[in-house]
Design a protein around this ligand. Structure first.
Ligand code: SF4
Length: 354
């Protein structure tokens, strides 16, 4: 009986239909054996992404001293975490750090800066930084993550050659005020939508292990699906000392895998990225997670160290996967085709689609 539901969910996902709330909740419960859930979701991952794993790298352009108060963040207002604090690194420094990761196999560089959102000078800095990275590595995908965007800023980043913009929803709308008082869930969805309207590939995900219920997990997945992101980072809380969530270790490897499976069923043909906290929460179960996620971060996170790159490359090879090449498209062709810029009909010399 149990397998019947999993088969139904796989068939629905191939049609890009969402699981119902009760079906998604069942995946998080112990109704179905963990390995059966992973195997079912892995069929979607295999069908859309083969055995490829995309590598991404983070460059923290400006660390700490943020005026916002996100409870999970070691860079937050008043954080007592003993993390690196520095103001903007130069475009040349960013290009050097990014280049090391690209040469080690990273296909996407994520340029991140702490803060509520960028000022005009910050956008100018990013324009220079993107140019410096692209000069050395023209094919690399550049994703920018600068917080809340104002009018015209996404357009400037797109014109400068940014491929994507990341802004995570982090948790469910109903819990948002519990983790942050300085901005709202609606502020976050607004920025993801601004990025998409400017032609930037929307990247938005979540953090788990912050006291969320199963219903919250389903709420987050559904809220993200409404934004139609191209990539969805799934983070597991790194409970830094000196933050309000210090010492919170509520996740198990099984819980992480079930969350990843729920996300794969909600995002069958979208880049699901295994992000911060994978090493400390999945531990020896990381290889199984590669059957659900098709993308990981290589190297270090914003303020904490990831496992050595050599270990990640070994992990990928041992689990039977290969690193995605710079010339290979990440998303399946059918997904690219979902948004095709109109080049025919009104305003062109070509006949309309009729
Ligand atoms: S998550 Fe971003 S906005 Fe929130 S405190 Fe950390 S750096 Fe600031």
């Amino acid at each position: 009986m149990g397998n019947d539901l999993l088969n139904v969910l796989v068939d629905k996902a191939f049609r890009r239909e969402l699981p119902t709330r009760s079906e998604a909740l069942e995946l998080l419960s112990d109704t179905h054996d963990l390995l059966e859930v992973v195997a079912a979701a892995a069929r979607l991952r295999r069908a859309h992404f083969g055995n490829r794993v995309k590598l991404n790298t983070i460059v923290n352009l400006k660390s700490g001293l943020c005026p916002e108060d996100c409870g999970y963040c070691s860079q937050r207002l008043g954080s007592a975490s003993d993390v690196l604090k520095y103001s903007w690194i130069t475009p040349a420094e960013a290009a050097e750090v990014a280049g090391q990761a690209v040469e080690a196999g990273a296909k996407r560089v994520c340029l991140v800066a702490s803060g509520r959102g960028p000022g005009e000078r910050d956008i100018t800095r990013l324009e220079q930084t993107i140019a410096a990275i692209k000069d050395d590595h023209p094919k690399v995908e550049v994703c920018v993550c600068l917080g809340l965007l104002g009018d015209g800023q996404a357009e400037r980043l797109a014109a400068a050659g940014a491929h994507a913009y990341n802004h995570n929803l982090n948790t469910s709308e109903s819990r948002y005020a519990d983790i942050c008082s300085t901005h709202t869930f609606a502020d976050r969805t607004d920025t993801v939508r601004r990025a998409g309207r400017a032609g930037l590939s929307p990247c938005s995900g979540a953090i788990f292990g912050m006291g969320e219920s199963d219903d919250d997990i389903v709420d987050i997945a559904r809220a993200l699906r409404e934004l139609d992101p191209d990539s969805v980072p799934v983070n597991f809380l790194i409970p830094f000392d000196g933050t309000p969530l210090e010492g919170r270790w509520e996740l198990t490897p099984e819980r992480c895998l079930r969350i990843l499976a729920v996300f794969r069923f909600h995002f069958p043909d979208v880049e699901v990225r295994l992000a911060g906290g994978r090493e400390i929460h999945l531990r020896a179960m990381q290889p199984l997670a590669l059957h659900l996620a098709n993308s990981i971060f290589l190297g270090d996170y914003l303020t904490s160290e990831g496992q050595p790159g050599v270990d990640d490359r070994q992990l990928i090879a041992d689990a039977g996967f290969v690193i995605e090449g710079a010339d290979e498209p990440t998303l399946p062709a059918a997904r690219h085709d979902l948004v095709t810029v109109r080049r025919r009909g009104a305003g062109t010399e070509l006949p309309a689609n009729a």
